[in-house]
Design a protein around this ligand. Structure first.
Ligand code: UTP
Length: 414
């Protein structure tokens, strides 16, 4: 690297208050220097600045209830909305996007979560199930053209994910309609806001949260490609729900006929204490309130008909109108800081394995973008039909519970 470039790098880190990144510069080989410079180029310093300046998100919020269209209320509209949605599918105006950049730490599975085998005797994997759930809706709509299927990965699982799709021959889906893109990464920060180093030439990085999907998709040119191909809606969902209803025509039709540009599928909570995020208004804007944010009083609050005010939990299945979302994505999303134990090196270059949380992991959350929309459709779906997530190694929301729910719904052994 030439001296001018090197000086510019040092100056920039000084301005950002992050000189420690270059602490071991003189010990690095030319190759390591280039690699570190590239990592620095990829850092969103704005995200770091905002995260250290923003006030406590939770304390600032006033939470109020947002109406959910229940299955009962939807009944009369259902056929009409289905017809509208099926037309959207036939015209290829909707794309699917699976959020597969997470680390799946609770599950502790070695490999991208989507490669998890759900079948017992059959060759059934999470990614394959998601594709077949989408194809099922395409077939019911008598659609002749494939829908675009986007897979958001992270630096940590990108290659392994692509290899898996290749090995499985893309689950029989036309390969040119499956698109992989990496989400952006964010550095881990010390409690003082300093970027941590994993090695002398390596910044400690983690995926920047599932709310990073839109900007990452835009940056890699996929947004333009979708728009050119006439796509108007995008269905964004988590990788780990085996009953995920993808490109659901009723959901699409209901949003479209009501003239709203964003929607969330929700389920009635089993009881007020179920640990799921609930749809709500936050400071008058559509949002999601996390379980930990709801006081006991709010969890048990009821309306005049005796219904819980925060009864509907999000299933991580959203639809967004692309054009409106492009506008919405121009505003800065809040940054969530999770206090974690993150291994790193200290100022001497020695490895530190903290016993207590020592650093913030920075994440954008998908539901925060809802606040940019004046109106969001919260549509109830039946839990047994659409919600069987795999989050934990065992117990609730595990592979075992998801398998049981899948067998119950399809009536077929796995
Ligand atoms: P979760 O919040 O369940 O996180 O993600 P996770 O990484 O899968 O699991 P834990 O919390 O570490 O155990 C919900 C969805 O968002 C995706 C996940 O892949 C999952 O589909 N996600 C999460 C991303 O795509 N990127 C992220 O940075 C985080």
């Amino acid at each position: 690297m030439d001296k001018m470039k090197e000086q510019a790098l040092f100056d920039r880190m000084k301005t950002e208050g992050q000189e420690q990144i270059l602490r071991f510069w003189s010990e690095l080989s030319d190759e390591q220097k280039d690699s570190l410079a590239r990592q620095i180029d990829g850092i969103d310093f704005q995200m770091i600045r905002v995260s250290m300046q923003q006030k406590n998100l939770v304390l600032e919020s006033v939470i109020t209830p947002l109406h959910t269209v229940t299955t009962e209320e939807q009944k009369e509209e259902e056929e009409k909305d289905r017809a509208i949605g099926e037309e959207i599918i036939r015209q290829g105006k909707v794309a699917a996007l699976v959020l597969a950049g997470g680390q799946g730490s609770r599950l502790g599975y070695d490999g991208p979560k989507g490669t998890l085998k759900v079948g017992i005797t059959q060759d059934l994997y999470l990614f394959g199930i998601l594709i077949s759930n989408m194809v099922s809706n395409m077939e019911k709509a008598l659609s002749k053209r494939p829908l675009h299927f986007l897979v958001m990965t992270s630096d940590q699982n990108h290659e392994a994910t692509i290899r898996f799709f290749e090995e499985k021959a893309y689950f029989g889906y036309p390969k040119e309609y499956i698109h992989f893109f990496r989400q952006d990464m964010a550095p881990a920060l010390s409690h003082e806001g300093k970027i941590l180093m994993e090695e002398k030439d390596r910044i400690s990085l983690a995926p920047n949260g599932n709310g990073g999907w839109f900007t990452s998709m835009q940056r890699c040119g996929l947004l333009e490609q979708l728009k050119k191909d006439g796509v108007e809606w995008i269905n964004v969902f988590s990788v780990d729900n085996v009953l995920q209803n993808i490109a659901d025509p009723v959901f699409l039709g209901a949003a479209s006929s009501r003239g709203v540009y964003a929607g969330s599928k929700v389920i009635a909570k089993v009881n007020p204490d179920e640990r799921v995020g609930a749809i709500c208004y936050r400071n008058g804007r559509p949002s999601v309130v996390e379980y930990s944010e709801l006081t006991e009083e709010m969890r048990n609050a009821i309306d005049q008909d005796g219904h819980y005010l925060y009864n509907f939990g999000v299933t991580l299945n959203y639809i967004f109108h692309l054009k409106e979302t492009e506008e919405a994505a121009k505003s800065q999303l809040p940054i969530h800081r999770a206090n974690k134990k993150i291994a790193c090196i200290d100022e001497k270059g020695d490895r530190v394995r903290p016993a207590e949380p020592n650093a913030f992991k920075l994440e954008y959350f998908i539901f925060d973008i809802l606040e940019a929309f004046d109106d969001v459709l919260s549509l109830e779906c039946i839990r047994e039909d659409e919600f069987a997530p795999i989050k934990n190694k065992e117990g609730v929301d595990s592979l075992e519970t998801a398998r049981a729910l899948l067998v119950k719904k399809t009536g077929r052994p796995l």
